[in-house]
Design a protein around this ligand. Structure first.
Ligand code: TXA
Ligand code: MG
Length: 318
């Protein structure tokens, strides 16, 4: 096994672009979580992503682009799609659109689908890689499939050391929870995954309500079953704490003596909680506890995305 190289992000950009052009894989920081990037137009490179993550081949990937102009090469934008991209790009919004005909994307990016997921990340390092390489970059979160997403270079190294070429280390991701995924199909626009951008803000821009997705639109394990999961069992909405459990707290920590506790946000701030979510889950899970009890998180604002991830992480193994 050749160890994965970790480079300070800024000085590694040139080599990252070279690796992408040669069909290799690079983990890149985004404003949400670290992504595992490869040239989306190179089918061998895309296949490597599925192999490194152990990801089911039918689970489609997000293609990252620098801006709307570049995205138009891969997806068909209607009026609503333009409105959303103009308001929220670059940033944590993914648009699932009809595939453009004659696009150069490898079919493995969204196998057997006539749609493609597109996102322009705002992270300056990722933007720099996109502009310097000139490539569309397919990038799922840089973790093993079904497990906890990475928000630091160290998380990526723990999960994927030896199976990828390079990690660009830009410190912890600022937002910490993945992008909101919205699908536009004809006159219906649906929310496939809640994320950092709120449903109500999207609806304001559209001037219309988002609908619940048709079950056929839910193609990936990220949407359906157990996902974002640590090894430990999660006990959600815990109002009391059982002996032997670790505690994932939110708000002022309960006064009783608990040995293993991480607090998402002592002051009860949901934005801070989102930024800490995956690092806290990983840290508690590394202590090999049987169960992590999780204090209730308000189902509002970014709390909706946090609870979505926690529920999927708590779902039974199938
Ligand atoms: O914040 C993010 O979105 C991060 C960073 C790296 O950009 N990426 C990320 O990718 O979370 P991933 O692969 O872990 O999650 C993407 C989700 C999956 O649940 C996948 O099934 C869904 O988007 N998706 C991708 N293409 C799709 C398509 N054509 N139709 C429906 N869902 C799609
Ligand atoms: Mg993921």
């Amino acid at each position: 096994m050749v160890n994965t190289q970790v480079s300070p992000a800024q000085s590694g950009i040139k080599i990252a672009c070279q690796i992408l052009h040669e069909g290799g894989m690079v983990a890149l920081p985004t404003e949400t979580v670290y992504g595992l990037g490869a040239d989306a137009s190179n089918k061998k490179a895309v296949a490597k992503i599925f192999a490194a993550k152990g990801r089911p081949k039918k689970n489609p990937l997000i293609v990252h682009v620098s801006n709307i102009g570049s995205a138009e090469n891969y997806g068909i934008f209607d009026k609503q799609a333009y409105k959303l991209a103009e308001n929220f790009w670059p940033g944590p919004l993914t648009l699932v659109l009809p595939k453009a005909s004659n696009s150069c994307l490898a079919p493995q990016v969204s196998p057997n689908l006539n749609t493609v997921a597109l996102r322009a990340p705002s992270h300056p390092i990722f933007q720099d890689v996109l502009n310097t390489s000139g490539l569309p970059v397919a990038a799922p979160s840089a973790n093993k499939s079904g497990e906890v997403s990475p928000t630091t270079a160290e998380h990526v190294l723990n999960d994927l050391n030896g199976s990828i070429d390079l990690i660009l280390d830009s410190g912890p991701c600022v937002l910490g929870v993945e992008s909101t995924v919205v699908m536009i199909a004809g006159s219906t626009t649906s929310l496939l995954r809640p994320g950092m951008i709120q449903q109500e803000d999207i609806e304001k821009v559209l001037g219309a309500s988002l609908v619940k997705p048709h079950s056929k639109a839910l193609h990936g394990p990220g949407m359906l079953s157990r996902h974002y999961a640590p090894r430990a069992k999660l006990r959600l909405d815990a109002l009391s704490h059982n002996k032997g459990e670790a505690l994932l707290a939110f708000g002022p920590t309960p006064p009783n003596e608990i040995e293993l506790v991480k607090n998402l946000s002592q002051k009860g701030d949901l934005i801070e909680a989102a930024a800490n979510l995956y690092a806290c889950l990983r840290e508690l899970d590394d202590k090999n506890v049987g169960t992590i009890s999780v204090m209730p998180i308000p189902e509002s604002g970014i709390g909706i995305a946090i609870n979505d991830r926690l529920r999927r992480a708590a779902a039974k193994k199938t």
